[in-house]
Design a protein around this ligand. Sequence first.
Ligand SMILES: Cc1cc2nc3c(=O)[nH]c(=O)nc-3n(C[C@H](O)[C@H](O)[C@H](O)COP(=O)(O)OP(=O)(O)OC[C@H]3O[C@@H](n4cnc5c(N)ncnc54)[C@H](O)[C@@H]3O)c2cc1C
Length: 395
Amino acid sequence: MLDATIGVIGLGANGSQILRILAARGASVLGIEQSTSPNDRSGHAGETRLISTIVPDPGPDGEDPILSRVGSAWDRYERDTGHSVLTRTGALSIDDADTPFMRGLAASARRRYGDDRAVLERADVAARFPQFRLDDGQIAVFDERGGGVRSEYAVSGAVQAARRDGAAVVSGVRVLGWATGASGVRVFCSDRDYRFDRIVVVTGAFVGDLLPELAVHARKLVMAWFAPRTDAVERFSRPDMPVFSIGTPEALGAYVYGAPSFDRPYVKVGGDFDWGYAEPPSSMDFALQERDLVGLRTKARNHFDGLTDSIVRSVKLMDGWTPDSEPLIGWHDPDARVALATGFSGHGFAISPVIGELVADLVTDRQPEIDLSRFDPARFEVGHSSVRSPALQLR
Ligand SMILES: Cc1cc2nc3c(=O)[nH]c(=O)nc-3n(C[C@H](O)[C@H](O)[C@H](O)COP(=O)(O)OP(=O)(O)OC[C@H]3O[C@@H](n4cnc5c(N)ncnc54)[C@H](O)[C@@H]3O)c2cc1C
């Protein structure tokens, strides 16, 4: 006797969306979450996640196929759940004009609009977005389709909508492993065994506890909320302050990103610093040390006009990182019993409602609208033709 046709393991950013969409389509589905949905120890914690839809290498159509679907997918999410989660502030990307990243971003923006309207010089940024301080030689690209999503609230809305549509959910139950056979999948959990026809493993940075052989590493990330100077409070309270990224992504120690807090005038700043990896993920120490915040304070001083050194809140979290910073999405086994959707490498929230639709297609034998082969979970296996050298070296 099956507990449900499809089991979703992990109800965070992507698992909650997969569960919601499967339930809305009338599938028999049960979600298992080791904690609660949402929770403060997973990749989706920390108030907001950025959406930015212009990328340097969007492909032949000039737009990334997943990012171009993100806006309408969040609109569908909001209609379905009744949770208003997306604030379309726009996204500002700042970098030296001559980096390959910024040249690519500016070229994509020019291609989208057919002119220079989204490429801002230093003086343009000073006039329009006085919160930011650009260096000589830096420019910005403004993506008007970008913004911020309330991340925990979005997970909460997805799980509640899934329950409304008939999904079963068990919380506080940890998946310890599974076995596949001709009759389906038996999932071993901290309370009992569950049986499904198929499962999707969406356990975020914790995937290494279950599948240590995967090329996904639990990378630590820190974010801090800064208070402004009294004379700058108005500037950081403005509703049109965009979400932002400064520098080339994954340039360790040089890249920062963030958003105006919903608790304005505070500003949330995160960074691509080397806070290390949690191996195994269950060994993660979530406690922050003062030294974790030094780099973020320096960046807040350098890149903003009007923030103080005062941090009112901070978090240390993890996300699962792959060598090419692309997720693993597809079947893990030859019998198509166990699907993976993991390794979102620091950008798995904005795209989560699109991923939910694609994975729901995959596990119900519908042809996904987007070709998933670039996310093939086997691409890092020894002997696979697309094995690439790791972009980030583990320390
Ligand atoms: C600090 C930080 C900033 C980020 N900024 C952005 C951003 O601006 N924009 C963006 O798009 N992305 C961003 N990301 C990335 C994004 O948040 C993650 O990629 C995304 O949350 C990953 O989604 P997920 O569903 O894979 O994992 P999660 O959201 O982490 O969910 C996994 C869930 O699985 C559960 N689980 C784990 N193991 C088990 C088990 N054995 N049994 C049962 N349940 C289990 C966990 O408790 C958790 O609830 C950021 C990530 C971090 C950490």
